[in-house]
Design a protein around this ligand. Sequence first.
Ligand SMILES: [Zn+2]
Length: 186
Amino acid sequence: MAIQRRALVLNQNYEPLNVCSVRRAFVLVLHGKADVLTEGDEPLVGAQDSLYVTPSVIRLRHFVRRPHPRPRLTRREVFQRDQERCQYCGRRGGDLTLDHVLPKHRGGPHVWENLVTACRECNHRKGGRTPQEARMELLKAPSRPSTHPAVLFAPYLERYREWAQFVLGWGKSPVPLAIDGADAAS
Ligand SMILES: [Zn+2]
């Protein structure tokens, strides 16, 4: 269903900003706030069965200033960083828990570098100990996830191959020259 498709929103300077529903992207384009750079492969069905092209990548006409995205530190984000894999036994999915590598009651902070995904069994087995004490090894040292678009939007690239050039290419090569008059001033 075209309606479940997502669209990639680029800032005016081509920086990938976020992902929205195709419908939302369509509305932005309709209101002249964005232009379609790449179309999706399925048309969007509108009223009276009229077909519209589905925006797959859109670019905002005006630059949106916003602070650099910081990954939010939530259970979900930690699970996502660890690809839903228990960082001790490597098992994927199931009943996942959040484990403080250095336990909280021993001063272990609630930070990316001290939090990992653990299955319930491993978390229970580890108990209030450090991995060394419990003789359990981490698959890899936990770290704060990168906020580069290539990392942020990586999960989408398998489905939306046409996004790759915008997502992977961001920051690597010179930003394409803006064509709007206002930006060509210099
Ligand atoms: Zn486990």
